[in-house]
Design a protein around this ligand. Sequence first.
Ligand code: AMP
Ligand code: ZN
Length: 469
Amino acid sequence: MKLYNSITHTKDEFVTHEPGKVSMYTCGPTVYHFAHIGNLRSYIMEDVLEKFLRYDGYDVKRVMNITDVGHLTSDADEGEDKMLKGAKREHKSVMEIAQFYTDAFFSDCAKLNIKTPDVVQPATGCIDDYIRIITRLLENGYAYPAGGNIYFDTSKLDRYYVFNDHDEEDLAVGVREGVEEDTNKRNKNDFVLWFTKSKFEDQALKWDSPWGVGYPGWHIECSGISMKYLGEYLDLHCGGIDNAFPHHTNEIAQSEAYLGHPWCKQWFHVHHLNTSSGKMSKSKGEFLTVSLLEEKGYDPLVYRLFCLQSHYRNGLVFSWENLGNAKNVYEKLVARVAALDEGGTVDEAAAEPFKAAFKEALGNDLNTSLGVTALYDVLKADLNDATKRALIYSFDTVLGLDLLGRAAALREKNAAPVEGAEEIEALVAARTEAKKAKNWAEADRIRDELKAMGIELLDSKEGTTWKKI
Ligand code: AMP
Ligand code: ZN
């Protein structure tokens, strides 16, 4: 497949270290609060990418960390530890907060049909791995102690800003605006590998290390966890676009300095979901969650479809109106799939060009909106219903919209005897009479009465049918 690579800034042919196998790493959530639907946009698109790679025949091993230590309120090593902040907010221990929000994250993922990665590793479980890496970085001159902390020395690198050659200064200033410089740092982009001292109240969880009791910096966890499970050569690394700098930039710096050779070739970054009023932010505490979507009556998979309708490299603006449009599209899709007859024989030869078109769409830098269009192309094609159902099933192993499952549920709902059906039929007949007599007011009144009973009417040339809303 072709995939845009944030390092080369071009769509590259996806090549793996070992043919047919993909080692894939995803930066996981910082579990001090619920994930917002912006975070989940990144995880939805990464899920589609993983599923498409499998669909394309790759054997994928995917690893994700859970950030439960070391991520300070500023990505640039300043401020309080986010976990500690969450624990204080809720009067709980850091471990309780971590467990609660990790469970909440995976529950949201399940609702959005996001597969759990093969390995999920909390950062607090791999302290020895970070200590080993930091020890070598100190030995080979890439790290230095200062003021009780261990820092990575970015001046030792030939090239630090791997993702962005043009706006180096802008990028650095942008992130650091309003942030007090840490005077222990020899260079402004140096970053903490191990903390024993913070200006702020100390982290609750601490471990012994050769440099004193303390805790790891945020970036080291992803290098440590990825190498532990996926080895020295990583094929694909994913995250939201805000992770590119400084997080991924620092991951690359320390991993390559440790390994002495290139580490990960392909970097996949999902652009942000914003609201019309701006960026969605967990740290501000006010944000949209999957539970809120559900409270407002949206199936979480409507949000998944909403994400799939846009390309992952474009910013996406959330509004209830836009989500409402996705809901209409989703319900129509489900209804059309539900209308397909079950049974019959799949015409493999006729299905082939549709499969090829789908693969071409997703294989071209994960064009998910064309993937969704491919569903429509199948539904309106001159194919028998068995073939259509087989194709929808196949595409949905990647898109994850549970179309056949939701369609089966809809059929069941429609087939179930409705309480009070006789009364409903009588009201529908009375409305038909009223319409014949051009008594529009009465016809409307009956429609409203039925609506209040949870019944929707569908008028067509053949007459009026009804369904439960
Ligand atoms: P965090 O829990 O803050 O560590 O973030 C989890 C993931 O969500 C990271 O990959 C971020 O890059 C990503 N992310 C954060 N904000 C957004 C957003 N508004 N839209 C899409 N992805 C985001
Ligand atoms: Zn990471």
